[in-house]
Design a protein around this ligand. Sequence first.
Ligand code: NAP
Length: 489
Amino acid sequence: MRVGIIGAGMSGLYFAYHLGEAGIPYRIFEKREAPGGTWHDNNYPGLHVDVITRSYEFPFARKNYWSKRYAPGSEVQRYLTEFAREQKINPNIRFATEVRAATWEGESWVLTLDGGETETFDVVVAATGFLRVPKQPTFPGTDTFAGASFHSSEWDHDLDLTGKRIGVVGTGSSGIQIVSELGKQGHRVKHFIRTPQWIQVKENPKISLVERLLLRVPVLAGHWDRKMAELRLATDGPEAWKLSPGPERDEMNRRFRDKLVEEIPDPELREKLTPKEPLGCKRIPKSPDYYRVVQLPNVEPVFGGIQRAEEGGLVDADGGLHELDVIVYATGFDTHAYMRPMDVIGPDGLTIDKMWSEGVYSYRGVALPGMPNFFLLNGPFAPVNSVAIPTCLRDEVGFLMRLLETIKADGLPLAPTERATEAFCNGVRQALPETTYSLCDNWYTDQGGTPIIWPFSRQEHADQYAAVSLSDFERYPARGGGVPAGSPT
Ligand code: NAP
């Protein structure tokens, strides 16, 4: 069995490690020239992980060199680069190689690469992530702006920002981190806020050298992890508040409102910064100091939408021109692209675009009906708001490794049945209205208005894979057009 992985970000590397441990040959295709995925692309000033970074490490590759509780993005990129090298994954990666198409050829997948070359695999895993394709702003005139402009994930590090008038568009995690950092550095920043967001004020203390050394002792590391888990519970609240209404949700609403009052004494500014959308419907940006920074004299929040860009800057909703030298578009990502624009052409000419024409879906975030031996990591309905990526990968990869064993033993490709996929998607959709995720438009929401996200607890995410039945899958004949040939027993 040979596995083709698309993407050398966290998911692709995590999966590659486990394939290596199991002695299964694989190759990763990575369009960039280095591993890291979103951590490779995103390197804007102020970037840091917004979950406690030890929970962002792979448990089988501890480094404990994080300089802060929420480490700078450069440290995560270093971690992933070292991981790929030390685990000898690099020789199996074809860098600077984009996969254009995956085509099912009756018994295997043929990957067509950007140079036209092809490679054949028994199994393909799209580890392409969802924060990859930059979403450009929709207002007109962006090409007429005379200054420098770029998306937050395409930062121009050659540009000297000294003395420049900088506009930052967007109040997601990227925009909040960028404004906090540029403002603190004393740059002149205008923050364009179309929709104010609830922001969690989280201190980000340094981890001392002594602490880092102590973390190398497993028993002390265990103690530290328990302390951090308690801290997280105290600051983030129990996960139940996002999943269903009740006293926990009321308490979180109160806490965030109180914090705004404490941080923003000016009632007029506070009113403007107070979100109209319910808490937790968008992924909550975390920052130790955004509220302090937005009140600095060199930082100006600009509320309302943007009419257009023009040669001199951005025109706000009231028609006022804000003259700028640099515009940073922290406008998010096309989070429902997944592996696309790559084509996926399965049995009987089924394509991924046809399959997802009315919205993306999957079987448990990892598999697609009608697409034998084609799997995803962090696909539609993955717990991208509530579970740290390595924990999610532990669950998903553990399950995929078991599926691979079956496929290998059986010699026949597997895909989830339509019925099992529909039952899974229906279960998720029924639970969603109770969650905070369905209370406004956000980057999880699909074109039909349904958030594509895990609406249950972290434990239920792990449990679903332990309980999964192979009768949810059907075999595909090794040859002959991909007609499903019964379920494995
Ligand atoms: P995002 O959360 O999708 O935010 C995009 C922002 O751009 C929104 O405030 C949106 O406003 C605004 N926007 C988009 N088009 C606009 C337009 N035409 N005019 C004015 N404003 C416009 O994107 P993101 O900040 O890049 O974050 C995406 C996700 O990446 C996060 O939720 C998080 O999961 C991840 N992330 C993580 C970290 C980390 O520390 N680990 C850091 C950065 C990002 P509206 O709300 O009005 O649409």
